[in-house]
Design a protein around this ligand. Structure first.
Ligand code: MN
Length: 231
């Protein structure tokens, strides 16, 4: 096969304890999936889950024990951190029942849904798509994927994010409005999931701005630490 321009390099994420990597197909993200975060965004209560996407090449892989770097992105004056549990899909399907969702999960990772909040808010106000606020280059730093069997009880895992050593976000995955199974159930009615898909499951309260020079340190349960510096 030859191409008229160079094809993009495939995006992949290391897997804890394995030489083989996880290839990324799509990145789905759940909006406002923790009640206290929904409130700080100006909403209340449980609403049906809704989704947005990031391009696969927004991924910034951070290897275990390393500090990743992202550039401060263009056009924003209000870059927010959102620490999230990420689900990696290993077996595809559509109309997956919540009770069967675990059969489709390869593993889990710690991710950051970086957000140009000022641009997202402007798009919300105008009823326009969120892409410019959410789906920009290098907006999805992520650590290695831990296979489900070694990930422990992610549904009840502590989730936190510190900036320069100070707590910003701290909660538990148990507070998800739509849990992992329910999220996969809803998502798979709208799209047919495929191996390689990632789901950013939402962020707890405490989202706030980072500036150049800040270092973010986040974790979810036993999935390891994700450390990212804003350059
Ligand atoms: Mn998010």
């Amino acid at each position: 096969m030859s191409y008229v321009v160079n094809p993009p390099a495939p995006v992949s994420i290391p897997v804890a304890g394995k030489a083989e990597r996880f290839p990324v197909r799509r990145i789905y993200c759940v909006g406002r999936n923790y009640e206290e975060h929904a409130k700080e965004m100006g909403f209340t209560g449980r609403e049906p889950p809704f989704f947005f996407m990031k391009p696969a090449d927004a991924i910034v892989v951070v290897n275990a024990g390393e500090t990743g770097t992202i550039p401060y992105p263009s056009l924003t004056q209000n870059l927010h951190h959102e620490i999230e549990l990420v689900v990696a899909i290993g077996a595809g399907g559509k109309n997956i029942a919540a009770a069967d969702a675990h059969k489709h999960i390869y593993g889990y990772a710690v991710g950051l849904d970086m957000t140009r909040r000022d641009l997202q808010n402007e798009m919300k106000k105008q009823g326009r798509p969120w892409c410019i606020g959410k789906a920009f280059d290098q907006s999805a730093p992520i650590g290695p994927i831990t296979p489900a069997a070694q990930a422990g009880d992610v549904n009840n895992a502590e989730i936190y994010l510190q900036v320069n050593g100070t707590d910003r976000q701290r909660s538990t995955v148990a507070k998800l409005i739509w849990n992992i199974g329910e999220t996969i159930e809803h998502l798979s009615t709208a799209w047919e999931l495929q191996p390689g898909d990632l789901i950013f499951t939402g962020t707890p309260e405490g989202v706030a701005a980072v500036v150049r020079g800040d270092t973010m340190l986040g974790s979810v349960g036993g999935l390891g630490e994700l450390r990212v510096k804003v350059a």
